[in-house]
Design a protein around this ligand. Structure first.
Ligand SMILES: NC(=O)c1ccc[n+]([C@@H]2O[C@H](COP(=O)([O-])OP(=O)(O)OC[C@H]3O[C@@H](n4cnc5c(N)ncnc54)[C@H](O)[C@@H]3O)[C@@H](O)[C@H]2O)c1
Length: 636
């Protein structure tokens, strides 16, 4: 652990059990076990919950609510082992993570609960809490072992019991209470505690939160707030994630599962709105309509990473992000398969001449003939660009019996039986069907124009599902009108409407055997879900582990999982000598380095150093102080 041992010899921690130490209310779980096989089980469980609520709201006394619940439970001593086993699996995640804190401070930790010792003691002692520091009720059994009541002498079976127990403990020092219920707050209200932390990891009760000195979404937050030893360098609940533009709900779920504080907004934000929203955000998720400018980034004081839930990242000022040490990730192949399937579908529709036939049918014309309708089997498919999409299409097309040829600007491995063409001209001359899958770099403007159409076979089928400016539209219109191109599928255009309300204006409208689609090659539910999974995966790897594999602006490093070390992540301007300066600091403090990784790009250097856990806080300060440091982060 990095920070020094707990501040106060004289601080005592009073911790609640149900819904705090564990995720659940133990008596509810006991009911689920003891009522197994009863036809009215669900009804009785509902009644038990309702009584719990009536007790909590003060409608009935706590003693009465306990009495009523035990009567309904019909529980037996024999049910307790199963209850304890279930509760063992329901210990709150942040307690599980921080068992070192619990065992190291066992002298100062008390569990004070209106639950029962019979199940509380085995659970809390498993994480190092002392049995003698557990204050709770005890069951009363009849001669058969059935649970028939509770020890009514115990103050915890009545209202105000917790305060009475704490008073009797006569603790000499600061007292902090952590709990989710009103009875926990009452300890503070009666002047017996210095602070009350509303624990909201499992349940959030507004009435309790309102009264709290501090809200602790996890035990990590409590420990962080008090500068105590903890398992996370920075509580995840403090990491704010802002997701814009309706990204897939799976992304929200993934970030929430991780314990982050997530805010979602449906639409895009303009520059001023984003400046306002981004101030305390650590992770920003956008799609293509939010522009992240240098001005926005100047206000993004906490921003560590941006996830583009799409393919393109033109909407983000990547240079400014890199200068500020903000890693950007996107989803380069989450929709590859969707584009490929649309291309295959269109190829079949076009080569069968289905579009004019379907249009005629809608006008009542029955034109049954095989003329100008062909199979795809045995036809030569020419792929221009053999990247993610080109290669995938190559594989699927071969499965349909097509002969695949490809041309790529760089040397690429041919998959399956695909054949490489040495030049674009060679490919254009050989193919029956030509499909474009190059990237959208500027030099590809009008890659296919009059000259290229002239090189193609007569009656070729032509597809562009890549980028609009790659095809010279007047040249394509001319080729279609002359019959050079027998069918075309076009999904992308040099000028595309910005919204669904804008008219689509293009010379390709109303030509025969032409399928026009509004840039939806990659737009499927599956692709959205893939993106929703993929981008958070990358962001979480970066936040939790430091890995930048797949980043569009950071030097890419795939790091091993962190084990028994602390990981120091240092991002700096790429100038000579930084690594040496870092290692001088490690040497000066005799730090044992377990592993070190360095990668640079033109703008920045990224150094990860895994070190033994014991070292002085000054090391961190000195590392942060190295000239040209952009960002420094610590993981453990
Ligand atoms: N219609 C849609 O909705 C949609 C969806 C996803 C991707 N796309 C577009 O599809 C295209 C391909 O995507 P990808 O993921 O396969 O990209 P990629 O970067 O994996 O592959 C592009 C390939 O094109 C090659 N290339 C570039 N210029 C070339 C040229 N002049 N001649 C020959 N080869 C050239 C590159 O070397 C690379 O291998 C991109 O333009 C992308 O923007 C469109």
């Amino acid at each position: 652990m990095l920070t020094k041992s707990p501040t106060a010899e004289h601080t005592f921690y009073i911790i609640d059990f149900d819904s705090t130490f564990t995720k659940v209310e133990a008596l509810d779980v006991l009911g689920e076990i003891s009522l197994i096989g009863r036809p009215d089980r669900d009804d009785v469980l509902d009644q038990i919950k309702a009584i719990t609520d009536r007790g909590m709201s003060g409608e009935i006394s706590f003693t009465e609510s306990l009495d009523l619940r035990l009567n309904l439970l019909k529980a037996h001593r024999d049910h307790l082992p199963a209850l304890i086993e279930t509760l063992m699996g329901k210990i709150s995640d942040s307690f599980q993570r921080n068992k070192q804190f619990l065992s190291e401070n066992a002298d100062h930790i008390y569990i004070v609960s209106n639950g029962f010792k019979e199940f509380i003691v085995p659970i809390v002692t498993s994480l190092g809490v002392r049995a003698e520091n557990v204050f709770a009720n005890t069951f009363v059994y009849d001669e058969t072992g059935a649970i028939v009541g509770f020890d009514a002498e115990n103050p915890l079976s009545a209202n105000g019991g917790k305060s009475q127990v704490i008073r009797n403990l006569n603790l000499d020092g600061e007292v902090y209470v952590i709990g989710d219920g009103y009875t926990d707050y009452e300890i503070r209200a009666s002047g017996l505690a210095n602070r009350f932390y509303a624990f909201t990891e499992n349940v959030l009760r507004p009435r309790v939160v309102e009264k709290a000195d501090h809200v602790a979404p996890s035990l990590d937050e409590f420990l962080y707030h008090n500068h105590l030893n903890r398992s996370q360098s920075y509580p995840k609940s403090r990491i704010k994630v802002l997701l814009l533009e309706n990204v897939h709900p799976v992304a929200l779920q993934l970030f929430e599962q991780e314990g982050f504080n997530v805010e979602i907004r449906k639409g895009a934000l303009d520059e001023d709105e984003l400046i306002e929203a981004i101030r305390d955000v650590s992770i920003l998720g956008i799609r293509s309509k939010t522009t992240v400018t240098r001005r926005v980034l100047e206000h993004a004081n906490k921003l560590m990473s941006i996830g583009a839930f799409c393919i393109g990242t033109n909407q983000i000022d990547l240079t400014a992000c890199t200068e500020r040490g903000i890693a950007v990730f996107n989803a380069p192949y989450s929709n590859t398969r969707s584009v490929v399937e649309l291309a295959i579908g269109e190829i079949i529709m076009l080569i069968r001449n289905i579009v004019p036939k379907s249009n005629s049918m809608h006008k009542g014309v029955w034109d049954k003939s095989a003329k100008n309708s062909f199979e795809v089997r045995g036809k030569k498919l020419g792929l221009v660009g053999y990247g993610n999409i080109g290669t995938q299409l190559s594989v699927v097309a071969e499965a349909l019996g097509m002969e695949v040829y490809f041309y790529d600007a760089v040397d690429k491995l041919a998959l399956g039986n695909a054949r490489k063409c040495k030049t674009l001209d060679e490919l254009l001359a050989i193919a029956d069907i030509i499909s474009l899958h190059t990237d959208g770099r500027k030099e590809n403007k009008n890659l296919i124009s009059y000259r290229e159409f002239a090189l193609m076979k007569n009656g070729v089928i032509f597809l562009n599902l890549s980028r609009g400016h790659i095809v010279d539209i007047p040249a394509l219109v001319d080729a279609i009108e002359r019959g050079k191109v027998a069918g075309a599928g076009v999904d992308v255009f040099p000028q595309e409407p910005k919204t669904n309300n804008e008219e689509f204006i293009n010379a390709l409208r109303n030509l025969p055997n032409v399928i026009l689609t509004p840039h939806i090659g990659g737009s499927t539910e599956e692709a959205q879900e893939n993106i929703g999974n993929f981008v958070p995966g990358k962001l979480l790897e970066y936040i939790n582990n430091g890995s930048t594999y797949g980043s569009v602006n950071f030097p890419e490093l795939q790091l091993p999982l962190l084990k028994n070390s602390h990981r120091l992540l240092h991002i700096h301007a790429n100038v000579p000598g930084i690594l040496a300066k870092m290692n001088n600091i490690f040497a000066k403090y005799h730090i044992n380095i377990h592993g070190q990784y360095l990668k640079t790009n033109e703008q920045i250097g990224y150094v990860i150093t895994d070190v033994a856990k014991e070292y002085a806080d000054e090391v961190v300060e000195e590392l942060k102080g190295i000239d040209q440091t952009i960002k420094f982060r610590l993981l453990y």
